[in-house]
Design a protein around this ligand. Structure first.
Ligand code: R5P
Length: 288
């Protein structure tokens, strides 16, 4: 029997693309709120004896997490052979350390909760900073796909004379790989983060790259401050408006509009549905 893709609300487009690619069935999950705000979940498609892939990107996870877990556990109860989570964006990976006494190390707790409800995970570029792999926190098999080649190919096809600009020293290796594939030079900024929305950026010497179009690349745009401050610094340094290319377009508050006003163009992959989506990751998420 073929694999069954079940999208959580808002994930229908990616799930359909995956089902079409795999020649698999696209099913449905009904979700709503009871009058008191509690979550109602019903699997519309039969799951008995099937391999089920629940598709749910985890941007703004708090609103949907319980429904997701209810759906997964219901699929198991109703006899699914295997229940996998396809989460193009995996939330909570950045709080991977107790920065202040008493803080929750959310990445560990979140991984543990998902591991209890699913038999496997597929995701794109999880933010692994102080960890080497998802295996350090997940107890289920986790497949990680990388969007860097897609970003590089987009830059090559869409930007003349690019200069790839990375957000910080930690991103150097990733940025260098994107730049090499795009056939472009690269630089990285020096970033100081003092708070969630308080970031300052210093650029290296730009004299050798002045005629080029800066292309800011990053794995996540969250508050947007990293890209916004970098775009401001480039303007102050007399560079043309940059292009921004990101994997996960979270864009809190008004950050997208603010960034757009400083840039030539802002694009992202479709791991998180957003107006900036221009690069599809469907090919990465298809069964290995
Ligand atoms: C940091 O390590 C990441 O690569 C991003 O630069 C960061 O998460 C972006 O966050 P924000 O948009 O809030 O500046």
């Amino acid at each position: 029997m073929t694999r069954l893709y079940l999208p959580m609300p808002g994930n229908e487009i990616v799930a359909r693309a995956l089902a079409d690619r795999a020649g698999a069935e696209l099913g449905a999950i009904e979700t709503r709120r009871f009058p008191d705000g509690e979550a109602y979940v019903r699997l519309i498609s039969a799951v008995e004896d099937r391999e089920v892939a629940i598709v749910c990107t985890l941007a703004r996870p708090d609103d949907q997490f319980l429904s997701l877990v209810f759906a997964a556990q219901t699929a198991r109860e109703l006899g699914a052979r295997r229940v996998e989570l396809i989460a193009p964006y995996l939330a909570y990976m950045r709080q991977d350390k107790r920065f202040k006494d008493g803080e929750a190390v959310s990445s560990t707790h979140f991984a543990r909760l998902l591991s209890q409800s699913f038999d496997g995970l597929v995701t794109v570029d999880p933010h692994l900073h102080r960890r080497n792999s998802l295996g350090e926190i997940f107890t289920i098999p986790a497949r990680v796909e990388h969007a860097a080649p897609l970003l590089a190919d987009w830059i090559k096809d869409n930007v003349a004379d690019p200069l790839v600009v990375g957000p910080d020293a930690e991103s150097e290796q990733w940025v260098a790989a994107v730049a090499a594939r795009a056939g472009a030079p690269h630089i990285v900024s020096t970033k100081t983060r003092r708070g969630d929305r308080d970031v300052s950026i210093d650029l290296p010497d730009l004299s050798a790259v002045r005629g080029r179009r800066a292309v800011l690349v990053d794995d996540i745009v969250s508050s947007g401050r990293t890209m916004i401050e970098t775009a401001r610094k480039l303007a102050t340094a007399g560079m043309a408006k940059p292009v921004c290319v990101a994997v996960h377009a979270l864009f809190a508050d008004q950050s997208y509009a603010e960034l757009l006003s400083l840039c030539e163009r802002v694009v992202s992959t479709d791991t998180v549905p957003h107006a900036s989506n221009a690069i599809s990751v469907a090919a990465l998420l298809a069964p290995a």
